[in-house]
Design a protein around this ligand. Structure first.
Ligand code: PEP
Ligand code: MN
Length: 350
């Protein structure tokens, strides 16, 4: 349940409601931002009796939260979350482009690619220092040396960096260097890692598990928010199907569903969805058209020699094309959806 306070509710009135919720044995979680204070009731088993709070001074309304992912749900926050990463805004009205190699291989490789993607319009640099690889014989990443290179890239280019924390052991180290901490598809339901990320002071990029339903994915995001980390970015990266024409199947339908269900920003990773570079640009166009808040794309200046995911990495010229193509599509998306909001009745009739 959500207890919505009047705009002019005093801190003492809010405190009294929080106290009454706690007294019932629940947790009270004030929702940050917005015009008025709203307090989400957590850790209740079964329905909460609204009459206990609805007549308290300063209370405007009590709204049942029907979804199991309470803090993630639009029921508890109607407006879109926008996350600020070093001046780069992610969410509502902004189209973020994150790009870089699958793995950091050397300082020269990372800086070369970073300069290329920045010139084309990327705002965030991606690159794995710890790589979750199917084969134990495959390149596992440079570890801390890779993180140091990422810090150098940030210093030289001004781009914030996103990189994966593959386990508890490396989490503290990744948190220290990264601007956005990635939780990979294979770890989406690693609940102890999610709890650790929930305590992190940095935004978390939560990838959808390769066989996860949308509900499971949003519940994983709830772990992060329940832990106190409200800076969560969702990332659709394709799910496993019977198809052989691509590595995974990009679930484009997830984007409008998640935007309806949740206030969190959602981006798309067409590279891991496709597994082959010829599909990356068309999937990117489609992802922007269905309303994602951005893309995360693998790019390499010499993909033939890449130590990880070369076949799906775009050549620099292709990435440049991609950025040019998605701009107008985002413009049309924004124009059409804004028009729709203004003419809601007409749109519903249509
Ligand atoms: C990655 O982005 O480097 C990665 C390993 O992706 P995923 O977890 O989606 O497979
Ligand atoms: Mn990769």
């Amino acid at each position: 349940m959500l207890v919505v306070m009047n705009k002019g509710a005093t801190p003492a009135e809010v405190e009294a409601v929080v106290g009454a919720i706690v007294e019932k044995g629940y947790e009270a979680r004030p929702i940050p931002g917005g015009e008025r204070v709203a307090i989400c009731v957590l850790h209740n088993e079964g329905p909460v009796d609204a009459s206990k709070f609805s007549h308290m001074p300063g209370v405007k309304d009590t709204i049942p939260v029907t979804r199991p992912y309470k803090l993630v749900s639009r029921e508890s926050q109607a407006w879109d979350t926008v996350i600020d990463v070093g001046g780069v805004r992610i969410g509502n009205g902004h189209l973020i482009v994150m790009a870089g190699p699958c793995a950091i291989e050397s300082e020269l490789q990372a800086l070369t690619i970073a300069r290329i993607v920045k010139k084309s319009g990327a705002q965030v640099f991606r690159g794995g220092a710890f790589k979750p690889r199917t084969s134990p014989y495959a390149f596992q990443g440079l570890g801390e040396e890779g993180l140091k290179i990422l810090a150098k890239v940030r210093e030289e280019t001004g781009m914030p960096v996103v990189t994966e924390a593959i386990d508890h052991e490396v989490f503290d180290m990744v948190e220290e260097y990264a601007d956005i901490i990635q939780i990979g598809a294979r770890n989406m339901q690693n609940f102890s890692l999610l709890r650790r990320a929930g305590k992190a002071r940095k935004p978390v990029l939560l990838k959808r598990g390769m066989a996860a339903t949308i509900d499971e994915w949003l519940m994983a995001a709830e772990y992060l928010m329940e832990g106190g980390n409200y800076q969560v970015i969702l990332c659709e990266r394709g799910v496993r199907t019977f198809a052989h024409h691509s590595r995974n199947t990009l679930d484009l339908s997830a984007i409008p569903v998640v935007r309806q269900e949740s206030h969190l920003p959602i981006i798309v990773d067409p590279s891991h969805a496709a597994g082959r570079r010829d599909q990356v640009i068309p999937l990117s166009r489609a992802a922007v058209a269905v309303g994602c808040h951005g893309l995360m794309v693998e790019v390499h200046h010499a993909p033939e020699t890449a130590l990880s995911d070369g076949p799906q990495s775009l050549y620099p010229a292709q990435f440049d094309d991609l950025v040019k193509q998605i701009g107008p599509i985002f413009g049309v998306y924004k124009m059409s959806t804004n028009g729709c909001r203004e003419n809601r009745a007409a749109c519903v009739r249509a």
